[in-house]
Design a protein around this ligand. Structure first.
Ligand code: PMP
Length: 361
């Protein structure tokens, strides 16, 4: 089979999303928010449903304004997408695809072929988009302690970095992000999917550096993984490039319900801060309980922990946790196979996880 497939389709090894189980499990495997979204979201969606006959705003205008207000930027510096995965894919196409001639204004004197610099242990969708858009990668290994070698991230013509990184949860300080922005000749994409849980955002750098694009999502911080809303904050010129790619692919990536629900979530700052703070408190308590059990975890600024149990192999712990009704994530791979990634759930869910883990170790 596959005879009718394009060569590109035949060559791709797609991203594998975390499992959405059919049975009832304590679900700590895909970093969803532990709490429901703001009650204002459902209200706004109900109202928007009355107008479903009509196409939505192609550029999510009202939502862009709400996001701009929330971050103190101009709406012309905001781009909305169907989940941040879509924003990231469009960034790959808009900023990194087919850059090899050396005649663009970004790269006046460059002879060497373009390579996108990224990390060896990071969001596993990046290499998939690189393959999809034929973008060669320049992969920098994390240090032994899973921290980023900032010096080695400097001096590239394009960079993509998750901050905090996934699946490690480790974050770089803003001064390091700024240094990389200064030392990157082309675009520096900072994926801040998890930044709301305690990392410093690079959004304030956008007014200073015209080459930095900050990608955010409402999936984690605003508990809207099911609504699919992401966005990019960047200089107007980069936003125009993203709009050009979007309008060459799908003019209406966000439906009316998503635009209305997302705007309501972003406007409810009080609710958002309350839930994010609860999750960070539960993270502190969970780290304490793990250390008391002799389980190590990396310093996390995200709504998940990357943990290492020394006595039982991680794959086995993953399987036995599942048998006990607790689903976490295990990534095969030389540097990740000894670790488990565990989403921070409610205090009750974390207690169930800790009890099951204790029985296994
Ligand atoms: N970036 C990172 C680092 C992620 O872990 C995820 C979630 N899988 C995303 C982006 C995409 O999130 P979403 O498409 O739900 O906005």
């Amino acid at each position: 089979m596959k005879t009718l497939w394009s060569d590109k389709a035949k060559s791709l090894k797609p991203y594998t999303a975390g499992e959405q189980p059919k049975e009832k499990l304590v679900k700590l495997n895909t970093n969803e928010n532990a709490y429901p979204p703001s009650p204002k979201v459902a209200q706004a969606i109900m109202q928007a449903a009355a107008d479903l006959r009509l196409y939505p705003s192609p550029d999510s205008d009202a939502l862009r304004e709400e996001i701009a207000r929330h971050h103190g930027v101009s709406p012309s510096q905001v781009f909305c997408s169907n989940g941040s995965d879509e924003a990231l894919a469009l960034c790959f196409a808009a900023f990194f695809q087919n850059i090899c001639t050396g005649d663009s204004s970004w790269f006046p004197n460059v002879a060497a072929p373009f390579k996108l610099r990224t990390l060896d242990v990071t969001y596993s969708f990046y290499p998939v988009w690189a393959d999809l858009f034929d973008i060669p990668l320049d992969i920098v290994p994390l240090k032994d302690d899973f921290s980023v070698d900032v010096k080695r991230m400097c001096g590239a013509r394009g960079v993509i970095l998750a901050n905090p990184n996934a699946p490690t949860g480790v974050a770089l300080p803003l001064s390091d992000i700024e240094l990389i922005a200064q030392k990157t000749e082309g675009v520096f994409v900072v994926d801040e999917a998890y930044a709301a849980f305690g990392a410093k955002s690079a959004i304030p750098l956008v007014s200073k550096y015209r080459n930095i694009a900050v990608v955010r999502t409402l999936s984690k911080s605003h508990a809207l993984a099911g609504l699919r809303v992401g966005y990019v904050i960047a200089d107007e010129d980069l936003i125009r490039a993203l709009c050009t790619i979007k309008d060459s692919f799908n003019s209406y990536p966000l439906d009316r319900l998503a635009q209305a629900g997302a705007a309501a979530a972003v406007s409810d700052t009080e609710y958002y801060e309350k839930t994010v703070n609860k999750i960070m408190d539960t993270r502190t308590d969970t780290i304490g309980a793990l250390y008391a059990m002799g389980v190590k975890c990396l310093p996390s600024r995200a709504n998940f922990l990357f943990i290492k149990c020394d006595t039982v192999p991680a794959k086995e712990v993953f399987q036995r946790l599942r048998e006990k009704g607790v689903l976490v994530r295990w990534f095969d791979g030389k540097r990740t196979k000894d670790y488990l990634r565990v989403t921070i759930g409610t205090p009750e869910e974390m207690q169930m996880f800790l009890t099951a883990l204790k029985e296994i170790l």
